[in-house]
Design a protein. Structure first.
Length: 433
């Protein structure tokens, strides 16, 4: 047996099957008891009616008996003043209950013989003779115990109630678990989500409280780590500056150039570490209204003034309610990354039908292997295996852009272009417009 895939469907199947079996057993027992009671009543009425009818006909004059046949006829049996139809002798091993009732009613007063009458509507006849020798045939057509027409309707209605109650029970039982699973699935240390509702049954409340506490501990732990990173990176700037001052007074030579290069790389790494730590704190800059077209033009003109090959395409006539310094840092990191690996970049802006604003940074560089597109957004991850700072960077540029985009309520995604190169796309939802 193959079980359904979801816990809700499994519980519903178990509950509904159990309820239907229990209800079916109860209904079957009640129906059987009703059937036995109705059958006993019908057979008892048959005995009394046959005994009375035969006694009446036997005492009437022969000429008047035919006039009473219509009065004594019933739905399942009738009387005939002849030898009846030609049939087969009824076996005595397993006679019908109606035949046994007729024997019980008049068998001690009359000699009875029974015959089965075949045909499209099989039935049987009981033959006897009155006191005057005249024949009498009791023609019996057995019929099932009648079933009330409203009973199937009630059965279906009760089954519908069982189905509804099962659905409600499963929904109440699975609902909190589903919400907890969704909250766990969307749990993001970089962007804590809303707390779960802590109301409801004791078990649900306990799970919600535990999850909220876990989310708070993760956020506090991450904040502590970022504060530690920021503190260490900030404190390292002072000794690095002193070391650079000492290197400046050294005699010119190869060793001085190497030390100066190493110190510059260390200083760049420390600054990137401070920037990444600060990007975790969304309260460092208050949102304000920004004309997106003017903002992007200003950024592109700054690059063009410095001789960089950066162009912009598309207009939106949109006013963003966002954090301008954070958005500028994101775009600068993406554009610098494109210029480093491709030598040029194109900045595109557009709108979706859903109202989202899309900002794309396109280049024609070597791109990124598909399996590493998600990894490069993590801090200190570089695609290059050489670990060369001059080409590979610190591994924090895309991580900072990713973190700042999330802090603005947007989403940063990377994809390789079919024509070659990389596409870095920023999606800002309508709530930020």
């Amino acid at each position: 047996m193959k079980w359904p895939g979801t816990l809700a469907s499994r519980l519903a199947l178990i509950f509904l099957t159990g309820l239907v079996l229990a209800y079916g057993s109860s209904f079957g027992l009640q129906f059987y008891e009703r059937y036995v009671s109705s059958r006993s009543m019908m057979l008892s009425n048959l005995e009394m009616d046959v005994a009375t009818s035969v006694a009446i006909l036997d005492r009437l004059p022969a000429a008047e008996r035919a006039g009473w046949l219509a009065r004594l006829e019933r739905h399942n049996y009738r009387y005939r003043l002849d030898q009846g139809l030609v049939g087969q002798s009824m076996p005595s091993a397993d006679p019908p209950m109606a035949a046994e009732s007729i024997v019980k009613a008049i068998g001690k007063d009359y000699h009875l013989t029974f015959q089965d009458i075949p045909g499209p509507n099989p039935h049987f006849q009981a033959h006897l003779k009155f006191a005057d020798g005249a024949p009498l045939t009791i023609d019996v057509t057995p019929a099932p115990v009648p079933l009330a027409t409203w009973l199937p309707v009630v059965l279906l209605f009760q089954l519908a109630i069982l189905l509804l109650c099962t659905w409600l029970a499963v929904r109440l039982a699975i609902g909190p678990l589903t919400r907890l699973a969704q909250a766990v699935d969307h749990l993001d240390p970089d962007k804590p989500g809303p707390q779960l509702d802590e109301s409801g049954p004791r078990e649900v409340k306990y799970a919600a409280v535990a999850f909220n506490a876990l989310q708070a501990r993760i956020a506090a732990y991450l904040k502590e780590r970022m504060q530690l990173l920021a503190a260490i990176s900030h404190d390292l700037q002072t000794p690095i500056t002193r070391m650079k001052l000492r290197v400046e007074v050294m005699d010119d030579g190869l060793e001085k150039d190497k030390l100066w290069s190493d110190l510059s790389a260390m200083e760049h790494l420390v600054r990137e570490g401070v920037a990444y730590a600060r990007s975790m704190d969304s309260s460092t800059e208050q949102p304000c209204k920004v004309n997106l077209d003017a903002f992007l033009d200003s950024l592109v003109f700054d690059y063009q003034d410095s001789g960089a090959q950066v162009v912009r395409c598309g207009d939106t006539d949109t006013v963003l309610h966002t954090r301008p310094h954070a958005l500028r840092r994101v775009l600068v990191n993406l554009l610098d990354n494109a210029l480093k690996f491709a030598g040029s970049a194109r900045l595109e802006v557009s709108h979706r039908s859903t109202g989202d604003t899309l900002i794309r940074v396109l280049d024609e560089g070597p791109g990124i292997p598909e399996q590493e597109l998600g990894e490069v957004l993590k801090p200190f991850y570089r695609v290059e295996g050489s670990r060369n700072r001059s080409t590979g960077g610190t591994g924090l540029g895309l991580a900072i852009a990713h973190q700042l985009t999330q802090a603005m309520g947007g989403r940063l995604s990377l994809s390789n272009r079919e024509s070659g190169g990389l596409c870095a796309q920023i999606e800002l939802p309508p709530s930020h417009l």
